[in-house]
Design a protein around this ligand. Structure first.
Ligand code: SAM
Length: 288
């Protein structure tokens, strides 16, 4: 069995559905804790009963987190081992705990992560979408206007986007993705690690049609992932902007090489390509 230092906070990930996903180290940590701070103590009792752990519990949720900080500091100062858990997955990931960990980190307490399940990483690991860069947006605002604004803010990013959503709002989220993002490729992971685990993929519109045909597809918990926006090609309106930028620089007497360097820095792409474009613009200006 692992042994654990006294006076430390252990941030323990717990299963997102399948109880067998609780790691050996997580079990040992919970068994050796003197105090467990849980998002919902009644919910966590079921997990602790399942592994035969009986340790004093206190609640720590979004409405009492700040007032719990002093209580937990006191326990740590008394040399207790304190574990932090949430209802499911990794604490702090769309779950309480950030304010506590921030306060303890600022005061130089020992904080030990005990890694394990998180719906975000579980979903990404099997979605088949690019993972070298992704943006986790968590839950979007509940109000439609706020949700559409946040979608607008991120729709052009060339990275995989990841959202959490509840069954109450999954169809509204898909409607808004359809409105703001159009035909983008989505992968939806539902009920991960549970009996009805399902991955669906397609456009927002096709997924809405699928859910309308089979309402079971709207039940449970969801991770919605969107493929990265395609990198902008140097065509259409970008071409016009690029030409305007290069022409203005050339008119100001900037050399072709320097103009290409500025365009590459501002617009991205290869300096050599911008050099050719700037040279063509200069040649055609001279011919006029
Ligand atoms: N801390 C958790 C984590 O590490 O993933 C997230 C907690 S957050 C309050 C709950 C949301 O996570 C759900 O609404 C859903 O979007 C996602 N989620 C949690 N468990 C899931 C599961 N088994 N399958 C799909 N999504 C899940």
């Amino acid at each position: 069995m692992n042994s654990f230092s006294k006076g430390a906070l252990y941030v323990v990930a717990t299963p997102i559905g399948n109880l067998d996903d609780l790691s050996r180290r997580a079990m040992d940590t919970l068994a050796q804790a003197d105090l467990i701070a849980a998002e919902d103590t009644r919910h966590s009792v079921r997990l602790l009963d399942h592994i035969g752990v009986r340790v004093p519990l206190i609640s720590l949720h979004e409405h009492n987190e700040t007032s719990r900080i002093e209580r937990i500091k006191q326990a740590l100062d008394d040399g207790q081992r304190v574990a932090l858990i949430s209802d499911a997955g990794t604490p702090l990931i769309s779950d309480p705990g950030y304010r506590l960990v921030q306060a303890l980190r600022a005061a130089d307490y020992t904080i030990v992560p005990i890694p394990g399940p998180s719906a975000l990483i579980t979903a990404l690991s099997a979605a088949g979408l690019p993972t070298e860069r992704f943006l986790f947006e968590g839950f979007l605002p509940a109000r439609g206007s706020g949700r559409r604004k946040r979608l607008n803010d991120v729709v052009e990013l060339p990275v995989t986007l990841v959202f959490y959503e509840s069954p109450h709002r999954i169809s509204q989220l898909l409607e808004d993705i359809d409105t703001v993002c159009g035909e983008r490729h989505l992968v939806i992971a539902r009920e991960l690690t549970k009996t009805f685990e399902t991955f669906l993929q397609g456009t927002a519109r096709s997924l809405l049609e699928r859910m309308a045909e089979d309402s079971d597809q709207m039940r449970g918990e969801f991770v919605v992932m969107m493929a990265p926006a395609p990198e902008k090609a140097l065509t259409g309106s970008s071409q016009v902007d690029a030409d305007q930028l290069l022409s203005s620089l050339l008119e100001e007497g900037v050399g072709v090489k320097q103009a290409a360097g500025v365009a590459a820095r501002i617009l991205g792409g290869r300096k050599g390509d911008w050099y050719q474009q700037a040279q063509q613009l200069k040649d055609s200006a001279l011919r006029k």
